[in-house]
Design a protein around this ligand. Sequence first.
Ligand code: ATP
Length: 346
Amino acid sequence: MTFLSISHLEKSFGANRVVKDFNLPIEKGEFVSLLGPSGCGKTTVLRIVAGFESPSSGSVTIDGQDVTGLRPNDRNIGMVFQAYALFPNLTVAQNVAFGLKVKGVAKAEAEARVAEMLRLIGLPDLGGRYPYQLSGGQQQRVALARALAVRPRVLLLDEPLSALDAKIRVSLRSEIREIQRELGITTVFVTHDQEEALSMSDRVVVMNGGIAEQVGTPFEVYNRPTTRFVATFVGTLNLFEAEADGQGLRIAGVPVRLPEAVEAARGGRLSVALRPESLHLGGGEVTLPATVEAVEFLGSILRLRLRVAGVLVALDTFNRADAPPPALGRAVEVGFSARDLVVLNG
Ligand code: ATP
């Protein structure tokens, strides 16, 4: 059942139409990411849900209540921003208690709630510290605790990990997701980082120019992109020009029979895409000649840069200590299975 509903949302700043007929029903307890490049309108959508911005038209409902006209404080929403935005002159405990105080929650209950929140974020003993005495990651966890203390109906996260260094970012991803699952709180997460969106979300909304281009599980968005933009924005992609002849395709003159699962094109030129992990060295169901141009060692993965039919493509293999990469300049064969092809229409 839909818990948070965003319907026919439109937003223009002057002549600039930044959100275009945006629709998104979200289930209770779902974690949904808005993913897209800078300026695609994701923050604007989030700010409209929070009530910081009013839409030009369209509506937002939470648990059946139309909140479109309500002030932020009357929506019972928790929000965490990129900059920690903790009150520097208040302790961690006072920061977490802030919203409870505003709401007039009794002191004993507020103290119990603060202790519960600090436990939840794994900082049970740091209530007496001031924000400047915490690391960036700890400050962001406190910001999360502060947002959750008032038991909001919806949690909104606006690039909460962007200001942190790489290692903390990765560990906080799973911590935030665990906390979100434990509370079962409906969450909308804004990010331009595809890895974050794919690793954390139940569903991802890929946005482009104010439009939701594709909405799906991480698996669907990655493996079955419906537009060229989604295919190229999410993950690394190898694009080939192909010719369709009604029965199949030709890539660099090599015929490819398409399985039924891959939508056959009617004819003419089109683009097809293959992920780096769908290619392998040596012959396959389809085999193309290639030359090794570069080798990138990524730890568990070896990424080969190959020239195939005039196009530079990426091929990923698992690193194995007993299988060193081929020498640069070597002629090799690249194989793939036709069912891994993504035919791009848009
Ligand atoms: P980023 O990741 O850079 O924040 P975004 O996808 O979140 O990008 P938005 O912040 O929603 O994008 O901005 C979408 C567009 O709306 C941008 O072109 C931006 O310049 C414009 N915009 C946002 N807020 C305002 C405002 N208050 N006044 C005028 N234009 C605005």
